[in-house]
Write a protein that binds this ligand. Structure first.
Ligand SMILES: Nc1ncnc2c1ncn2[C@@H]1O[C@H](COP(=O)(O)OP(=O)(O)O)[C@@H](O)[C@H]1O
Ligand SMILES: [Mg+2]
Length: 239
């Protein structure tokens, strides 16, 4: 098991946001956590990576208890977070962004070459400033920057945010490809249709709690999930 979270609680000041969450991710899986805006998804990822000190509970990353450790101690190079909003170095080129992602990887040049082969669009634009790319291209750079560290495990925070539907499809097909390359993925998303469409297993989060979990396909067809998260467009897209 790459990640195990047990009864995790955290928040800001005295306000509890993550209210006792338990979940796990096994090697080779795409696991998604879907939930509406404000559910506490980003706070959960911050707690898992040590950016937000948890109040209680357990976090086990590849067999090691990391709760209470700062990110530079708790997160090994084999686990990388792709943060919400991409957070690229906008005034640096695509190539330089990848280089920074591979800072701790002695084989970074080889990893970068592989990334540029996997993402031909990034090779074309390797000398372009990251801030001048389209939203979808920026998300690819954010993924590429994470891959430059050669991680076994990637945590993705809302990669679909701000992207047009076609771009969401493109980015998600890249995420699916990462699984085939042997990378394990924990995908946090508001876009439940897209996320449940590529995931193996899923958790549904509502105001800081997991209210449903199971096989992603089953959840995609679960009437409760459809009503709450998928909206009216669901039928036309999937049936
Ligand atoms: N730095 C912060 N200080 C205080 N409250 C915060 C902070 N960051 C997020 N919150 C609150 O925590 C709740 C959950 O936010 P967040 O984890 O970003 O949810 P999500 O990623 O699911 O949209 C929201 O009500 C938000 O206002
Ligand atoms: Mg968020």
């Amino acid at each position: 098991m790459l990640l195990q979270v047990r009864n995790l609680r955290c928040g800001y000041g005295s306000l509890e946001i993550v209210k006792g969450i338990s979940l796990h991710v096994c090697a080779g899986e795409i696991v998604t956590l879907v939930g509406a805006n404000g559910a506490g998804k980003t706070s959960l990822l911050r707690a898992i990576t040590g950016l937000l000190p948890p109040w209680s509970g357990e976090i086990v990353v590849q067999g090691r208890h990391t709760r209470g450790l700062p990110p530079w101690k708790g997160v090994s190079n084999s686990m990388v977070l792709v943060p919400e909003g991409r957070q690229l170095f906008a005034d640096m080129t695509v190539w330089e962004n990848l280089l920074i992602g591979g800072y701790h990887n002695p084989d970074r040049l080889m990893a970068m070459e592989e990334i540029l082969t996997q993402f031909p669009r990034l090779r074309e634009r390797s000398q372009q400033l990251a801030g001048t790319l389209s939203g979808g291209e920026q998300q690819m750079v954010a993924l590429g920057r994470a891959l430059a560290a050669k991680p076994r495990f990637i945590l993705l925070d809302e990669p679909s945010m701000g992207l047009a539907p076609l771009m969401v499809q493109e980015v998600f097909s890249v995420i699916r490809k990462l699984k085939d390359l042997g990378v394990t993925i924990f995908l946090v998303e508001q876009n439940a249709i897209a996320a449940l469409g590529i995931a193996d297993r899923a958790y549904v989060m509502e105001t800081g709690e997991i209210i449903l979990e199971g096989d992603a396909r089953d959840l995609l067809h679960n009437p409760e999930v459809r009503r709450a998260y998928l909206g009216k467009g669901y039928k036309e897209i999937w049936e």
